[in-house]
Write a protein that binds this ligand. Structure first.
Ligand code: ADE
Length: 450
């Protein structure tokens, strides 16, 4: 499926491999509808399940929905099949920042610009309670205008693959960017650990090599824990002072983001617009669950729809998990005995329920609204196996996205299938977003959901 030229879910033409990790590969791809480039991260579900890392994937989905910032790679959409999870991401054209550093250390002004963008993104995330915890070179990309983009928020705790290419790419488990308190497993403050990593990154940008290095891992740990720093001759006294504060071994004495942003070295040539974004952006200020909770409230008050009351909130990952043993292909497909059908809709609960009621009435079915997004439809005359009864239930996924489950609860299966095929399915077409995915999977449009 991920071979070059292959079409993924009838929507993306897969391109070349951009990067590879233990659990995931990232490919260039082109959206067939818009021709826009995207990056598709293909995660191997088997490996993730075996390592018990499903929760982290779930976290990445939630976190990436939460953080929309010009210096953070955006998650557009999540899709899944039986064996794979696909993250459709903003494509960042300019490659890794650290490939650039490998070609030679940066001048102070260039390093400062990237550091300012890094801190702007980190500040934005921290203000929303999101900590990266694994900032490292592989996660810093450059776009075509040479702006920095942080990738892999939330997946950060996934151990990445080994990198073979030396200096700046560290092997799996090498703590080159890890704060002393993380190494000593004391329990740590995510914000302070991120600030330490920013300090290491700034050092690397300016020096062209890592601040704490040793062939022997134990000796490297010691250097980190003592924050044993050596200064290249070209480091100015201002930068040395700032790095000392960033790379303070005691997290409580380490500089805060607010103080970094006040530091004279940091403020030099600062594009204040960088921080306007964080100040002005209320769009993403609430955690995802909070948004759902609010929507739940709105649905009750704005639409006055009591049916919404008992709706459950599912995130994209819950939907993925809904199907047995993560057998995602089953999720929107009619099951084998075909007494159950699911579809998704971008309409409101009220519209969905009203439409179902309207169709059922036209099919001469007796309708009972049970509240909580539940509707029952019954045939007027008993058939071979008694009265045919169908339940429809609307599940709230996000403000604009609902999952509808229709299932036979009594009566003859053939009668149910006839009603569905000839009556219900064609009449629902105006409100159905997806009945059934292409043969190999399920699509969850996160971009339009959030
Ligand atoms: N490599 C990893 N993620 C990427 C992305 N979003 N764009 C380009 N290359 C990448």
């Amino acid at each position: 499926m991920t071979e070059k030229g292959n079409i993924l879910m009838q929507r993306y033409e897969m391109g070349k491999l951009l990067g590879k990790g233990s659990f995931a590969k990232v490919y260039h791809a082109r959206c067939l509808k818009t021709s826009h480039s995207v990056a598709i991260k293909v995660i191997d579900k088997d490996k993730i399940l075996k390592c018990g890392l499903m929760d982290q994937i779930s976290r990445e989905i939630s976190v990436m929905k939460l953080v929309k910032h010009p210096n953070i790679v955006q998650l557009y959409e999540v899709m899944a099949t039986k064996t794979k999870i696909y993250f459709v991401l903003e494509y960042v054209k300019g490659g890794e920042l650290f490939k650039k550093v490998q070609r030679g250390r940066l001048k102070e002004d260039a390093a400062r610009k990237y550091f300012q963008q890094l801190i702007s993104a980190i500040d934005f995330c921290h203000s929303r309670g999101v900590y990266h915890r694994d900032l490292k070179p592989e996660n810093l990309l450059l776009d075509e205008s040479r702006n920095l983009k942080i990738s892999d928020f939330g997946l950060s705790a996934l151990p990445d693959c080994k990198r073979q290419d030396g200096l700046l790419h560290t092997s799996c488990g090498t703590p080159a960017y890890v704060a002393p308190e993380v190494i000593s497993r004391k329990g740590y403050d995510g914000a302070k650990a991120d600030i330490w990593a920013c300090g290491v990154i700034l050092y690397v940008l300016l020096a062209g090599y890592l601040p704490f290095q040793d062939k022997n891992l134990v000796d490297m740990y010691k250097k980190i824990c003592r924050a044993e720093l050596k200064w290249p001759s070209w480091f100015s006294s201002d930068i040395r002072k700032l790095l000392r504060c960033l790379l303070h071994p005691n997290p409580s004495a380490r500089i805060s983001i607010a103080k970094i942003m006040d530091h004279p070295w940091f403020r030099t040539g600062l594009d204040e617009r960088l921080f306007d974004y964080a100040m002005n952006s209320t769009e993403n200020i609430m955690p995802v669950d909070m948004n759902l909770a609010l929507d739940y409230l709105n649905a009750n008050t704005v639409e006055g729809n009591q049916a919404v009351e008992k709706l459950i909130n599912l995130n994209a990952f819950d939907i993925i998990s809904l199907s047995n043993g993560f057998d995602l292909s089953g999720i929107f497909e009619e099951n084998s005995n075909k007494t159950e059908t699911k579809f998704t809709s971008t309409n409101t609960v009220l519209t969905i329920i009203t439409k179902l009621e309207e169709i059922a009435t036209s099919l001469r079915l007796k309708v009972t609204k049970k509240g909580g997004g539940l509707l029952n439809m019954e045939s007027s005359k008993p058939g071979r196996k008694g009265v045919m009864s169908i339940d429809a239930e609307v599940f709230h996924i996000t403000p604009n996205f609902h999952l509808v489950e229709i299932k036979k609860t009594n009566g003859d299966t053939l009668e149910y299938q006839k009603v569905m095929k000839q009556g219900m399915r064609p009449a629902l077409k105006d409100i159905v977003w997806a009945w059934q995915v292409p043969a190999d999977g399920l699509q969850l449009e996160l971009a339009c959901l959030s």
